[in-house]
Design a protein around this ligand. Structure first.
Ligand code: 2M8
Length: 433
């Protein structure tokens, strides 16, 4: 296969960020293994080496807790404790019964891993079955943890920390976070490391960080207990993107079960159940997309964010909802497909809080752009999906493998040589599905 210079550079980014058994999102800003990053990374890695893509995911699964949770960070023991904040000495996972052999965080991230495993298994064919046999029980336990330990009334999963959503400082979390005290004296004890690697104007604020640290310390000090957190946490939200990815992962599990000659029916039923609950509880006809919900107050959170478009990937959605989602995606809030907008902006372009350079408050990210594109494809909107794939390639061609991009100018922001930007470029250009 002849690789274009852009593909060659993407491969180089992934090779440089590989640390022996997994890939760091970025050598400087994120020097450990992150959960949902590894799923995106494996989708790209499989085109370079299916064995390496399988190793990426199996490494993460070796950090799974006895209760089934796959932690959002698996720390690399070779990296100094203070290279990333909060590091292993702050999370203290080794104090927990059933902790894995390496240090980890104690929260989770969106469960995209079954989708990555199913993709790799279909690429390898029958020789992939031994990988599928190893991965399947880990994935089943991951989803059982979400269902048994994280659902709230109505049966959808609730998240206990903005980091669990993956869209950390999304404006959708502003209201629920307002109930969490921001104690800036924390920074007399702790030092943020992120702002040494990316501009402070492109990262969450100190107030946000103080709240993030308070929430993690409280969960930690209650033994990462889910009965406590669902009853007492200061932050508890139901996120449409997380729940959609959970349903999608059940569909991927059905696919894997089929290949392994097992009964797939419980996965199919679970995907249908989650989809129906989302339509019932998170769909907003008025706003034309899915909205997050504050599980403590029961209030819908009105912000239009990319997380509300991501459920378009669910094949079981009523066609009227799909039509409205497409109208919202192409309308004034996101302007998908317009000549002067690149990718899917993470937040409503018309909202006064839109910040085109600040992290999850406006920039276009390649992972969420890719997810929306896949959803559009599922429902036959091939041209729009292709336009987003072209945007993804165009953003990298113009600005490099940046973490996120200004939605109007296409300029790159955040860290450089970012792994999922490289992996998804490879996947979009080389995937034959
Ligand atoms: C960002 O989140 C981490 C905390 O998990 C951070 O800001 O330090 C988010 O973009 C998240 O979605 C991503 O998984 C992580 C690593 O790329 O970085």
């Amino acid at each position: 296969m002849v690789l274009t210079p852009l593909l060659q550079e993407a491969v180089r980014v992934l090779l440089r960020n590989w640390h022996g058994y997994a890939t760091v999102p970025s050598r400087s800003l994120y020097p450990h293994q992150w959960s949902w990053d590894s799923a995106f990374i494996a989708l790209g890695l499989q085109h370079i080496s299916t064995a390496r893509a399988a190793t990426e995911l199996l490494s993460l699964f070796s950090a799974q807790w006895a209760d089934g949770r796959i932690p959002h960070i698996a720390f690399n023991p070779a990296v100094p404790d203070d290279a990333y904040f909060p590091g292993p000495s702050v999370w203290r996972s080794s104090a927990i019964d059933g902790h894995p052999p390496i240090a980890t965080s104690g929260i989770i991230q969106p469960p995209l891993h079954a989708v990555a495993v199913a993709s790799i298994v279909s690429q390898i064919g029958d020789q992939g079955l031994s990988f599928a046999e190893r991965a399947y029980p880990c994935l089943v336990d991951q989803n059982a943890y979400i269902r048994n330990r994280r659902t709230v009334d109505g049966g959808l999963a609730a998240l206990v920390h903005p980091w669990e959503t993956g869209l950390d400082n999304s404006p959708a979390w502003d209201r629920p976070l307002a109930a969490v005290p921001a104690d800036l004296t924390l920074f007399e004890t702790y030092t943020r490391r992120d702002v040494a690697h990316a501009g402070a104007g492109e990262r969450p604020t100190d107030e946000d960080y103080a709240r993030y640290i308070r929430l993690m310390l409280m969960y930690r000090d209650h033994g990462y207990g889910d009965d406590w957190v669902r009853a007492e946490a200061e932050f508890l939200v139901v996120d449409p993107a997380f729940n959609a990815l959970w349903a999608w992962s059940e569909l991927a599990l059905a696919d894997i079960a089929n290949r392994l000659g097992r009964d797939d029916s419980e996965h199919v039923v679970e995907a249908e159940r989650i989809t129906a609950a989302m339509v019932d509880q998170l769909w907003s006809e008025d706003r034309g997309l899915f909205l997050a919900r504050d599980a403590r107050s029961g209030q819908q959170l009105p912000e239009r964010t990319v997380a509300g478009l991501i459920p378009v990937m669910l094949p079981g959605l009523p066609s009227k909802i799909v039509d409205l989602l497409v109208a919202t995606a192409t309308g004034e809030a996101f302007r998908v497909g317009a000549p002067d907008v690149h990718g899917v902006p993470s937040f409503d372009l018309t909202d006064v809080r839109h910040e085109p350079r600040r992290y999850w408050r406006g920039p276009s990210w390649l992972n969420t752009t890719w997810l929306v594109a896949r959803g559009l494809q599922v429902h036959g909107h091939k041209e729009l999906a292709q336009r987003l794939d072209d945007d993804l390639v165009g953003l990298v061609a113009k600005s490099g493998f940046r973490e996120y991009f200004h939605p109007r100018t296409g300029r790159g922001h955040g860290t450089r040589s970012f792994s999922w930007s490289a992996a998804l470029l490879i996947h979009v250009l080389l995937d034959s599905d």
